[in-house]
Design a protein around this ligand. Structure first.
Ligand SMILES: N[C@@H](CCC(=O)N[C@@H](CS)C(=O)NCC(=O)O)C(=O)O
Length: 211
């Protein structure tokens, strides 16, 4: 999810990069850890990590900031200090407020009727409502297409897979999701991911099935 965010952003910016997929076991344990991951992110040991010459970074949000400074065109933060601040907040909220509900659902798939699962789905629905409100006056979450859209689009894919589905209650958000999914950068990243999941017998929502 977090690696895909960075990959989409790099494609949007037309950056010539090498993608190294870390190996992982099918038990979701993400083992063994790649040596570059262990060096760059020794405590958390998570992907993505970025190596650009002497610059080595971890955390998708931090990498977004670096990409924008290093490769400013096309811009993926809006213009204006206030607009950029709001966009950054939305990007962070997607990862830190919305997505933790989805992470909870990963461990509750066996009992989606349980109180914690229902609560996590309800929290996602409230967040969808909030984003629906933003889209009343704009096509993208932060005005212009930005890292905030990339982050939330990826989070929405995993939310859907894990049962926190959008409904017709948020028609503008559904339309936004379709627009985001049509972007070549998103398709390049998401379609092979979904094909892989399908080949492994994992959940793939119908709106994400490879065309
Ligand atoms: N805040 C981090 C989260 C990174 C993260 O959770 N990465 C997951 C994969 S999407 C990971 O590497 N998990 C393996 C582990 O925690 O051992 C970011 O934005 O990059």
């Amino acid at each position: 999810m977090f690696g895909a965010k960075v990959q989409i952003a790099a494609l949007e910016k037309g950056i010539d990069f090498e993608l190294i997929m870390v190996p992982f076991t099918k038990g979701d344990a993400y083992e063994p850890k790649h040596p570059d991951v262990l060096r760059i992110n020794p405590v958390k040991q998570q992907v993505p990590v970025l190596i650009d010459g002497e610059v080595e970074l971890f955390d998708s949000t931090q990498i977004f900031e670096y990409l924008e400074d290093r490769y400013p065109t096309p811009a993926l933060w809006p213009e204006g200090i206030a607009e950029r601040a709001r966009a950054r907040q939305l990007e962070q909220k997607s990862d830190e407020v919305f997505f933790p509900n989805v992470i909870r659902l990963f461990g509750l798939q066996h009992d989606m009727q349980s109180a914690p699962a229902v609560a996590a789905c309800a929290a996602c629905a409230r967040y969808y409502d909030e984003m629906e409100g933003l889209l009343a006056t704009r096509d993208c979450l932060a005005g212009t297409y930005s890292f905030a859209d990339i982050a939330f689009y990826m989070a929405c894919i995993f939310a859907d897979r894990k049962g926190a589905r959008m409904t017709q209650a948020t028609p503008r958000l559904l339309a936004w999701r379709s627009r985001m999914g049509e972007r070549p950068a998103a398709r390049t990243v998401v379609e092979p991911m979904m094909r892989f999941l399908a080949s492994e017998g994992r959940d793939v929502a119908s709106f994400l099935m490879p065309r």
